[in-house]
Structures are given as structure tokens and as C-alpha cells.
Design a protein around this ligand. Structure first.
Ligand code: 5GP
Length: 237
């Protein structure tokens, strides 16, 4: 989950992540807002009429929805569920309110907050983008102040002062999360690689030891010959 006040560059970071990790699925939000120049239906958002939005919301298709700056935004459930059921990681972009609701729906999610280097810089970026009136800009800046107060409820914070560094930090978070032992996507990988050892290891464990025995698995203790080249790194510093 990427959350950031408007103008903090979460779209840029999301695109950078998807370029490096094409297996991750971005599930765009449904919105009644008009597309900005360069925004593409189905890529950045699913742009729909208010009537269509309300029909889908009332049909129970949305995991959460909110009215933000006079426009409706919502999270279609089906795309997320389809990607997750295929074992793929999903990236979402929401405001603080949306992230808070989705934390309850997807407690296994990783919630990342992106900060601007300063309010002055955020104001400057919004002015440079030029897609809001001055009044709209002021509303967005005020709501950014309020959103930042919720920072402590997120798992990670990235300060986007240098976009390259911010991209690298986002990639590092994804890599780190994928290595967590309790990560739901880890067990299949581990099982695939070590499935053949499991009965031998258990037999040994039942006898009081916990060694991988030569025999059924065709492996000797300490050897990692069934692992691909890249995984045969020595342990330790
Ligand atoms: P923008 O119009 O600048 O693209 O987005 C305005 C705000 O709406 C941003 O803070 C963005 O994160 C938020 N937003 C986008 N999609 C959703 C959504 O599906 N649900 C919620 N609650 N907020 C969203």
C-alpha cells in the first residue's frame, strides 16, 4: 500500500517499482475525477461516471470508498482478490483514510507512507503540476498536514527528496518483506525447494536429532546441491 499526500510522487514510485518488478500487479482505483493530462483509463485509474460508481458501490464491488476533494474514489475488490489468489503481490495507492480501512481488510499488507521533503517543496510541486486551482491546492496542502499526523500507523516511511533514492528504498522494502519468514508468499518457495528433505528431516527429528540425512533426498548433510547457483552463498559475515 502506497499512501502519500497528493503531489508526493507516489505515481512515479509505483511506476518505477512496476518497471523493476513486472510481476507485481497494480490495481487502479475507481474514480469519478476527470483524467489529468497523460493519465490513462485502466492504467492510472478507472475513470467512471458518478452513476456508474454508485452502481458498483451499491452492488458491493468495492472494498472501501471515500469522497476526496469532491470526487468519489473506491477500491474494486475483484482485481485484488484475483491477483492475490494467483499468489501475486498487489500494489495499491490510497489516501490515509483508505489505507486505514484496507488495513482491516488486508491485515497482511505492507503499508508505506511517502513524505515530501518539506511543505514548501510540496507546494512547489503542486504549483509546477498546475492541475489544481489555488483554492484546491490549499485544500490539498491542509489535508496533507492532517494525513502526516497519521504517520505512526504505517509500517515504513520514505522521504521523497531524491527520486532515485526513494525508488531504491521502495525496492529495498519489497525485497525485505519478501524475505520475511512469515511472509505468506515464502512458504511455497521454501516447500518447493525443501519438500524432498522434509520426511528425512522429520524421521531424524523423531529419533532425537535434527539432521538432514543422506538417503531418500539424495543429499548429504551440509550440501546444498539442489539449490540453484545463485543461492549457494556461504552463511556468516
Ligand atoms: P488524486 O486525485 O490526486 O489522484 O487523488 C486524491 C486522493 O485520493 C489521493 O490522496 C489518493 O491517494 C486518494 N485515493 C485514490 N484512490 C483512492 C481509493 O480508492 N480510495 C481512497 N480512500 N482514496 C483514494
Amino acid at each position: 500500500m502506497l499512501t502519500a499526500p497528493s503531489g508526493c510522487g507516489k505515481g512515479t514510485l509505483r511506476r518505477a517499482l512496476l518497471a523493476k518488478e513486472p510481476d507485481i500487479v497494480f490495481c487502479p482505483s475507481l474514480t469519478t475525477r476527470e483524467p489529468r493530462p497523460g493519465e490513462v483509463h485502466g492504467v492510472d485509474y478507472l475513470f467512471v461516471s458518478r452513476e456508474e460508481f454508485l452502481k458498483r458501490r451499491d452492488g458491493g464491488e468495492l472494498a472501501e470508498w471515500a469522497e476526496v476533494y469532491g470526487n468519489l474514489y473506491g477500491t474494486p475488490r475483484s482485481d485484488i482478490e484475483a491477483a492475490l489468489s494467483q499468489g501475486r503481490d498487489v500494489i495499491l495507492e490510497k489516501d490515509v483514510q483508505g489505507a486505514r480501512t484496507l488495513r482491516k481488510v488486508y491485515p497482511e499488507g505492507v503499508f508505506i507512507f511517502i513524505l515530501p521533503p518539506s511543505f514548501e517543496e510540496l507546494r512547489r510541486r503542486m504549483e509546477a503540476r498546475g492541475t489544481e486551482t489555488e483554492k484546491e491546492r490549499e485544500i490539498r496542502l491542509e489535508s496533507a498536514r492532517q494525513e502526516i499526523a497519521d504517520l505512526g500507523t504505517f509500517d515504513y516511511v520514505i522521504i521523497n527528496s531524491d527520486v532515485e533514492r526513494a525508488k531504491n528504498r521502495l525496492l529495498a522494502i519489497v525485497a525485505g518483506e519478501r524475505m520475511r519468514a512469515e511472509n505468506p508468499s515464502s512458504p511455497p518457495v521454501v516447500q518447493r525447494r525443501f519438500a524432498n528433505d522434509e520426511p528425512a528431516a522429520r524421521r531424524s527429528h523423531e529419533k532425537g536429532g535434527f539432521q538432514v540425512q543422506p538417503g531418500n533426498s539424495g543429499r548429504e548433510e551440509g550440501k546444498t546441491d539442489s539449490l540453484p547457483e545463485g543461492d549457494q552463498r556461504p552463511c556468516g559475515p
